[in-house]
Design a protein around this ligand. Structure first.
Ligand SMILES: Cc1ncc(COP(=O)(O)O)c(C=O)c1O
Length: 375
């Protein structure tokens, strides 16, 4: 049972004046969303949340519009059509797919179902923040593995595995770093971890990765009894506002998640748009080509200014200014905002993370950072 505060403020004679939350919740700071406005400016370039820079696929928008007159209906609680569409595209068993209100919901459900009070959750030093928030809410202990060059280290993660470890989560590519682990490294992690430990492979940015030695997690989620892969429609498919993601894993784990999720966790428009989006291969091709072209340009142009840009395989990039005397991420962030560009502070505010935007947005970033560095 989760703990409650030792000292209650009420007695029988003098009752508490308000309900008392679980003690472990006091250790949680609310998730900070990417900023979306700048005071005094009507138009901004929002590069703070890794959203798809081309918006949703046109096929998804059409599907969304088509169900507008069906909004009085509950959605299909069994998510059959979307699960079957995903299964067809990825050659999977539809029965082992679960869809969620964003992949975030599925990460939260996995944590709730498999992590208890005083269990240990191993994460990389720079991890997707919701993982530690969900872990803390369970009263679990968060163990953070040091990184090497902003990259998850399997050796450091394995050093933290103890008899109390119940879950390990790796975002691959990782957010906020944008770096990835090749197949051989994930293989080493999965092989070394005891089978009673849940391994969550979060592939939120998988569609952007072109490296041949990468696998989002399916090769392990298909066969290992303890590996679950999560995916999202929020990034490549541009459906962040609809909230839809999915997971694949062992039948026994997916069945547990289905027991505790809300019956209609995925909405009518989200299911329809995602079903169309996953079959829009042209959209994926177009976005991937744009993203990798700009990742190269940004790496070169910003690198030439002396800015350290962490090599990224996702649709965002992390930078720091520690090599440039007198410059800092905090100042650079202020400068970008003064030019109408919204980055996201990361890495304890020592870094900035920016989404790859459209051509004009990316050029505006390069121009602004050139002016900042030379100022
Ligand atoms: C690594 C990672 N995982 C999961 C998510 C959650 O995505 P969503 O809930 O929109 O599917 C995000 C969102 O930014 C992310 O960066």
């Amino acid at each position: 049972m989760p703990t409650r505060p030792q000292k209650r403020s009420g007695t029988a004679a003098e009752p508490a004046v308000a309900p008392i939350p679980l003690a472990q919740l006091s250790a949680i700071s609310p998730y900070q969303q990417g900023q979306s406005t700048i005071e005094g400016r009507d138009a901004v370039i929002k590069l703070s949340s890794n959203e798809g820079c081309f918006g949703p696929s046109p096929a998804a928008v059409l599907a969304y519009q088509r169900v507008a007159s069906e909004l009085h209906r509950y959605s299909d609680g069994s998510q059959t059509r979307l699960r079957e569409a995903i299964a067809k595209v990825h050659d999977l068993d539809a029965a082992r797919i679960i869809c969620g209100n964003g992949s975030e919901e599925l990460i939260g459900l996995l944590t709730r179902c498999f992590l208890g009070e005083n269990d240990e959750l191993v994460l990389s030093e720079n991890h997707f923040v919701m993982c530690s928030i969900y872990g803390k809410a369970q009263g679990a202990l968060i163990r953070l593995a040091a990184e090497e060059n902003f990259t998850t280290s399997v050796d450091e993660m394995l050093k933290l595995v103890t008899p109390k470890t119940r879950m390990i989560a790796v975002a691959n590519p990782n957010n906020p770093t944008g770096t990835y682990l090749p197949i051989a490294e994930i293989e080493r992690l999965v092989e070394a971890v005891p089978k009673h430990v849940l391994v969550l492979l979060d592939g939120a940015y998988a569609e952007y990765v072109e490296e041949l030695d990468y696998d989002a997690g399916l090769r392990w989620a298909r066969t290992a009894p303890n590996v679950v892969m999560t995916r999202t429609f929020s990034k490549m498919y541009g459906l962040a506002g609809l909230r839809i993601g999915w997971a694949y894993g062992p039948a026994a784990i997916i069945e547990i998640l289905n027991r505790v999720r809300t019956p209609f966790n995925t909405s009518v428009p989200a299911l329809a748009a995602a079903e169309a989006a996953i079959q829009d291969f042209d959209h994926v091709k177009r976005v991937t080509a744009h993203n990798s072209r700009w990742q190269n340009v940004l790496q070169n142009e910003l690198g030439a200014l002396g800015i350290h840009v962490v090599p990224s395989v996702a649709n965002f990039y992390l930078m720091h200014f520690e090599n440039i005397p007198g410059k800092s991420a905090g100042q650079a962030g202020d400068y970008l905002r003064s030019r109408g560009i919204i980055p996201r502070p990361a890495g304890d505010d020592r870094c900035l993370r920016l989404t790859v935007g459209n051509d004009e947005e990316n050029q505006a970033v390069v121009d602004a950072l050139r002016d900042y560095v030379r100022s």
